[in-house]
Write a protein that binds this ligand. Structure first.
Ligand SMILES: [Zn+2]
Length: 213
């Protein structure tokens, strides 16, 4: 059964505060302010995938925070909202609902992959109905930026993920790498690795936004 779109009000309040403190500028690029929602996958009692020394929810959050910080610093006229600024549980419906409620222009969900066998590299998902759309453009830019920063890209893929299905704006879900792969886990857990991943996503965002009419 579908859950109704009732928000967790403390989270909503937090999001409103983030919105109120977002950067503003007189420089005009497209429609302002551009509202970006950054979603760190999992959280609280939902830890996501587990590596040998780290949990997916922690890596997702650290990279998401860096993405937000970098975009707030570098981009004028962008309001950045985090679906979960801390280690807390938020339902998938609330994540998408928050983006819809704030009329977001773009939704970026950040996750880490896991596989039973050996696997490596990044991949970015869009909803199957979003082929040829702005979602696909953003997904391609993220994968291009990962490659520029030395990562191996597994490409852009489609999946009927709840947050991609439930959001009414261009939306991507990016997988930073495989936490199940010892070498990638070490990279994703490191400060240097997290910086590079966040830089890839934020640089892709800058290119995406500059490409808008
Ligand atoms: Zn995940």
């Amino acid at each position: 059964m579908r859950k109704s779109h009732l928000f967790c009000w403390p989270l909503l309040l937090l999001a409103v505060l983030c919105l109120a403190t977002g950067c503003r500028s007189s420089r005009s690029v497209g429609r302002e302010p551009f509202v970006l929602v950054v979603d760190a996958g999992h959280g609280g009692n939902d830890q996501g995938a587990a590596g040998r020394r780290s949990l997916e929810k922690d890596i997702n959050l650290k990279v998401a925070r860096r993405v937000c910080k970098r975009i707030r610093k570098k981009c004028k006229g962008v309001e950045v909202i985090q679906t979960r600024p801390d280690d807390e549980f938020v339902t998938l419906d609330d994540r998408a609902g928050m983006a819809n409620f704030f009329g977001a222009d773009l939704f970026i969900s950040i996750h880490s992959n896991s596989a039973r066998g050996w696997a490596e590299g990044t991949e970015t998902f869009i909803h199957p109905s979003a082929r040829g759309s702005r979602s696909e453009r953003m997904a391609r830019l993220i994968e291009q930026e990962y490659v520029k920063h030395g990562r191996k890209s597994r490409g852009v893929k489609t999946a009927n993920f709840a947050v991609l299905r439930g959001t009414r704006m261009p939306a991507v879900l990016t997988e930073l790498g495989f936490i199940s792969n010892r070498r990638e886990e070490r990279f994703m857990k490191s400060r240097k690795g997290q910086k590079r991943l966040a830089r890839s996503i934020s640089d892709a965002f800058v290119r995406y936004r500059n490409s808008l009419p």
